[in-house]
Ligand binder design. Structure first.
Ligand code: HEM
Ligand SMILES: *[C@@H]1O[C@H](CO)[C@@H](O)[C@H](O)[C@H]1NC(C)=O
Ligand SMILES: *[C@@H]1O[C@H](CO)[C@@H](O)[C@H](O)[C@H]1NC(C)=O
Ligand SMILES: *[C@@H]1O[C@H](CO)[C@@H](O)[C@H](O)[C@H]1NC(C)=O
Length: 323
């Protein structure tokens, strides 16, 4: 009696251990994943990112954003890179992406170079993760070791792109819940929002904030209105910098701007509006190094969102289509 309950206990415990092992080994990313299969990976990607940013500084911002929009839709699996097929609609025409995300040609070019160096080895999802890090570093931000071993999806979801990526009209509580739905903390969300220290937004994304919000510096709103007409449909694609001070330098001015009520998006200013995010914004405005270390940790957390690993998914040959 005692021995049989002991042995059934032992069976249950070892099965649970086995399950845990299988689960964790299938979800394991590592920084040295390609060290023997593709030793030239990092230098190949870095030179592609460097030349794209040399040609156009804004591209660093666009490439960083691609990784975010990939990871928030069924994990960091390269789904955003897929074109439409007869089986599914891609994510490129989803509301947060259409006429907005850019950099696909740069990724194609880098993928081609990587395929030349190590054919059929490196996923498009991992290329996006490395490209995001390199962009931040090249524009003066922090460095970190990128975890790798993701595989590419064989499908995409326009509806998940629409549902999961928060719009610029979001309230603080909406932002918190959209990030929480991805397993990211409020702290991660506030640190990741600092990505808006680089890049640009279209008038259509900030029109309501500069005309209708009261939580904005008056002269800043007035300046932005000059190139963003109030009438919907006119000047929708006119651009303004997300960080009015230094939109091609990865620094902590994004947070300093929020404190003086010069956030460009409604969602940006929500992080400093007398609410629960204020103290973290203040700490990043006061300490760039605190921002940098929290941003790095949050990028790693975002990169961990439900990767395809092991024999799941595939290594795409062309990032735009499944093999
Ligand atoms: C917190 C919620 C977020 C919201 C509501 C948001 C919203 C937006 C919007 C509306 C734009 C301008 C798009 C356009 O008008 O074409 C934008 C641009 C950008 N976003 Fe975010 N974003 C968020 C978080 C993030 C995160 C987590 C990252 C990366 C870690 C990121 C990186 C960027 C970058 C770099 C740009 C500029 C892109 C370029 O110049 O091409 N954003 N974002
Ligand atoms: C992809 O499919 C969607 C939905 O059918 C369509 O609106 C969009 O124009 C297509 N995009 C391209 C590039 O063909
Ligand atoms: C569509 O799905 C079917 C069945 O899974 C598959 O055989 C076919 O290759 C897919 N077509 C495309 C264009 O992805
Ligand atoms: C501002 O708010 C008013 C009232 O809700 C609305 O009619 C108008 O379209 C808004 N304007 C902009 C630029 O968002």
């Amino acid at each position: 009696m005692a021995s049989s309950s002991f042995s059934s206990m032992a069976v249950i415990v070892s099965m649970a251990l086995l399950l845990l092992l299988v689960k964790s080994s299938s979800a394991q990313l590592s920084t040295n994943f390609y060290s023997s299969s593709c030793p030239k990976l990092f230098s190949t990607v870095k030179s592609g990112v460097q030349s794209a940013i040399s040609a156009e500084k804004r591209m660093g911002a666009s490439l960083l954003r691609l990784f975010f929009h990939d990871c928030f839709v069924d994990g960091c699996d390269g789904s955003i890179l897929l074109d439409n097929t007869s089986n599914f609609t891609g994510e490129k025409d989803a509301l947060p992406n259409k006429n907005s995300v850019r950099g696909f040609d740069v990724i194609d070019k880098i993928k081609k170079q990587v395929e030349k160096a190590c054919p059929g080895v490196v996923s498009c999802a991992d290329i996006l993760a490395i490209v995001a890090r390199d962009s931040v570093v090249i524009l003066g931000g922090p460095n970190w070791n990128v975890k790798l071993g993701r595989r590419d999806s064989t499908t995409a979801s326009e509806s998940a792109a629409n549902n999961n990526i928060p719009p610029p009209s979001s309230s603080l509580s909406n932002l918190i819940s959209k990030f929480s739905a991805q397993g990211l903390s409020t702290k991660d969300m506030i640190a990741l929002s600092g990505a808006h220290t680089i890049g640009k937004a279209r008038c259509i994304s900030f029109r309501a904030h500069i005309y209708n919000d009261s939580d904005i510096d008056n002269s800043f709103a007035k300046t932005r209105r000059a190139n963003c007409p109030s009438k919907s449909g006119s000047g929708d694609n006119n651009l303004a910098p997300l960080d009015f001070e230094t939109d091609t330098e990865f620094d902590n001015y994004y947070y300093k701007n929020l404190i003086i009520k010069k956030g460009l998006l409604h969602s940006d200013q929500e992080l400093y509006n007398g609410g629960s995010a204020d103290s973290q914004v203040k700490s990043y405005a006061n300490s760039e190094s605190t921002f940098f270390s929290d941003f790095t940790a949050a990028m790693i957390n975002m990169g961990d969102i439900t990767p395809l690993t092991g024999s799941n998914g595939e290594i795409r040959k062309n990032c735009r289509k499944i093999n």
